[in-house]
Design a protein around this ligand. Structure first.
Ligand code: MRU
Length: 353
């Protein structure tokens, strides 16, 4: 099944806070439940929260009792603001909401029922497109993975972080399916442990060989020449190629540069925000310090310890070897290559490697 679906008027998703112990699904029947699922990271990962927000909006649209299209639209717009406020860094969230709002606004003049149907269809299409984009990224990115490669990844950019298949882990999965005998180093990813809990779980399911390491071991293995490439996902990519991703990504990129190891980012076009000139303009989510002072509820620091918790960092474009998208592989200078990806099909493109 997909990470997130809209079934019988409810948003159904895998509760990622229960993994790897239990594969459990939750069903959100109210807007506040959808917002809570995103905020509490029961669903997380940039494309997955985008699709969840889109389905959340469809749910509000469907449940509305408004008979007047303007009143219906106002209700949907208010819900979009609630969802938009849940997590600030991944642009997929506001991108998905904007796209669905546009569909709702365009259909509203035809009446409430057609507008509800248009909103549902938009959310579903967006989810289907994400699944397709991930497979395309996998195919394209797999060409960058040599046979027998030892690949390091950070956080979880797998099926769980998307609607299906994954971005960075999708590239790894496609290389595995192509018989390339890859071995994956999985960064644990403190403090939320997306690597240890989720990426390791996904690799187990797929039978892809891996080694779990703590984040501070990455330099050791890179310096010893035991990692051939690094591939990570992204939450937002600025027009100049600066990449916001899970905290710790920047450190990894600098280590790659120092050790002459390629550092790849795999992300769909929905993660690229051309309205933002560079990474300094990307909002960085600050999460509760409890997630740092405790692991799975168990306190690991003195009572009252102060802790910082920026959930993401920004990797400057100069450390990024290439950005793998569903439309092609962008290489520096990113101002040009990323913009070219958004040209209509058939227009001259400078993006492909
Ligand atoms: O805080 P999270 O777990 O939502 O952060 C997720 C990441 O940073 C992922 O690498 C990113 O969203 C890409 S997922 C395909």
């Amino acid at each position: 099944m997909r990470t997130v679906e809209y079934v019988d008027g409810a948003v159904r998703l895998i509760d990622q806070t229960r993994l790897p112990e239990k594969l459990e699904y939750i069903t959100c029947r109210r807007l506040e439940e959808v917002a809570h699922a995103i905020r509490s990271m029961q669903v997380r990962g940039a494309p997955a929260i985008g699709a969840t927000a889109a389905f959340g909006l469809a749910l509000v649209g469907d449940q509305s009792r408004a008979s007047d299209p303007a009143a219906w639209l106002a209700e949907v717009e208010r819900a979009a603001e609630v969802l938009r406020a849940t997590r600030p860094t991944a642009v997929n969230l506001s991108w998905a909401l904007e796209r669905c709002l546009e569909a709702a606004r365009a259909a509203a003049p035809q009446g409430v029922e057609p507008a509800k149907a248009a909103l549902r269809a938009c959310a579903q299409q967006l989810a289907d497109e994400d699944a397709r984009a991930n497979r395309q990224m996998g195919q394209l990115g797999s060409a960058l993975v040599p046979p027998g490669a030892r690949v390091l990844t950070h956080c979880n950019a797998g099926a769980l972080a998307t609607v299906e298949f994954g971005t960075a882990l999708g590239v790894i999965r496609a290389a595995h399916e192509a018989g390339k005998r890859v071995h994956v180093f999985v960064d644990e990813t403190r403090p939320f442990l997306q690597g240890a809990r989720l990426t390791a779980w996904e690799l187990e399911q797929e039978g892809i060989p891996y080694t779990l390491i703590t984040d501070n071991m990455a330099g050791h293995f890179l310096a010893r020449g035991e990692v051939d490439l690094v591939v990570v996902g992204a939450d937002r990519i600025a027009a100049n190629g600066d990449v916001a991703n899970k905290i710790g990504t920047y450190t990894l990129a600098v280590l790659c540069k120092e050790n002459g190891v390629p550092f790849y980012v795999a992300a769909p076009l929905s993660t690229i925000d051309l309205s933002i000139p560079n990474g300094a303009a990307i909002p960085i989510e600050e999460r509760s310090s409890d997630e740092v002072t405790r692991i799975q509820g168990l306190r690991i620091a003195p009572p009252g310890a102060r802790a910082a918790h920026p959930a993401f960092d920004v990797t400057p474009a100069r450390y990024v070897t290439a950005i793998i998208t569903e439309r092609g592989i962008a290489r520096p200078p990113y101002e040009q290559s990323l913009a070219a990806l958004f040209q209509p099909e058939g227009a001259p493109a400078a993006a492909n490697a």
